[in-house]
Structures are given as structure tokens and as C-alpha cells.
Design a protein around this ligand. Structure first.
Ligand code: IMP
Ligand code: MG
Length: 180
């Protein structure tokens, strides 16, 4: 796929490395919850690709639900505001929940979602993210499963978008934008 205008893509994480890491994460989650049932909650839309690969690496009885939030605007700048735009379909009371997100950046989104879910009294609540940009953290969040720590650069692909584009790239790429 060739980007438009002056946009430039550079591969940061290859598809093979992503798949290998997700297999490890799935094995670890399966070990941690051995003999239990698991309820995965994906954060739309970015986490959908990661979640669909991760769930198939989990050797447990698993159910699935989704939430959606709006935090980022159309571009690459966060607004700092988080709003729930789609809630869960079913109660999570008494369930072993793993919240699955594409990327942990400032931490505002996951902090907000974690608080909401914790109030609903799950049996356990853990967080899995594919990517973590620690340099950008504004709000501390405890995450249990991290795919990759990455530098402070704007990335797209494997579910991550820039203005809704590039979600279908199979590698995670750094996107360079032309100066405004
Ligand atoms: P946070 O609330 O700042 O942690 O941001 C989390 C959300 O911002 C993620 O769910 C992504 O949708 C978006 N985001 C943060 N960093 C990037 C990036 O590098 N590329 C694409 N989306 C990003
Ligand atoms: Mg997003």
C-alpha cells in the first residue's frame, strides 16, 4: 500500500514477530487462568485485530465482549477526554476479565476503562496491551500483559489507525507525517 502525499511508513514490528509474541502471551494467559473460564473485553476498534489473534492462542473456555471509547480525534493528537460510546452487552460480575487494548499511550483510556470495569465487581480484572509507549504516560496504569514496549513514535497497522486508515497493515509501522 502506498501512502498518500508526504506520509511515510517504516516497519517497526514485523508480522512474524507480532505473531510469535502473541503466541507467548496466549500461553501465559492460559497458564495464569488454568482451570478457569475467561472473559475477554476488546476496546474497539484498534484492538480488534490483536484480540482476534490473541483469543485463538488461549486454551481455555473463553467468552468475548467489546467496548468502545472516543479519546483520540481524527489525527494523532489525544484530546485527553475519554468517553464511553459503546458499553458491554452483558454483566461481568464474578467473571475473570482480561481487558484487551491495542496500545497504552498516555494511559488515560485504560485508566478510565479499568475504573468502570472494577466497579462492576469482576472476580479478576487484568489488562493486556499489544504495545506500550512508556515515555508518553500521563496516568499510571497497571498492565499485566505487554506485547512490546516501543519508542515515542506514532504507529499504524495491525489495527492501529491514522484517521481510520492503515488498520489493515500486517506489520506495525511508524508513520511520518508531512509538516503542517
Ligand atoms: P491513551 O489514552 O493516550 O493511552 O491512548 C490510547 C488510544 O490512543 C489507543 O487506544 C489508540 O487508539 C490511540 N493511540 C495512541 N497512540 C497511538 C499511535 O501511536 N497510533 C495510533 N493510535 C494511537
Ligand atoms: Mg484508536
Amino acid at each position: 500500500m502506498s501512502p498518500t502525499g508526504q506520509e511515510h511508513l517504516r516497519v517497526l514490528l514485523r508480522r512474524s514477530a507480532i505473531q510469535r509474541r502473541i503466541r507467548e502471551m496466549g500461553r501465559q494467559i492460559s497458564r495464569d487462568f488454568r482451570g478457569e473460564r475467561l472473559h475477554l473485553i476488546g476496546v474497539l476498534k484498534g484492538a480488534s485485530i490483536f484480540l482476534s489473534d490473541l483469543i485463538r492462542q488461549i486454551r481455555l473456555e473463553v467468552s468475548l465482549d467489546f467496548m468502545a471509547v472516543s479519546s483520540y480525534g481524527k489525527g494523532s493528537q489525544t484530546s485527553g477526554q475519554v468517553r464511553l460510546t459503546k458499553d458491554l452487552d452483558t454483566s461481568i460480575e464474578g467473571l475473570n476479565v482480561v481487558l484487551v487494548e491495542d496500545i497504552l499511550d498516555t494511559g488515560l483510556t485504560l485508566h478510565y476503562l479499568y475504573r468502570i470495569l472494577q466497579q462492576r465487581r469482576p472476580k479478576a480484572l487484568r489488562v493486556a496491551v499489544l504495545l506500550d509507549k512508556p515515555e508518553r504516560r500521563v496516568q499510571e496504569v497497571k498492565v499485566d500483559y505487554v506485547g512490546f514496549q516501543i519508542p515515542n513514535e506514532f504507529v499504524v497497522g495491525y489495527g492501529l489507525d491514522y484517521a481510520e486508515r492503515y488498520r489493515n497493515l500486517r506489520d506495525v509501522c511508524v508513520l511520518s507525517l508531512p509538516p503542517e
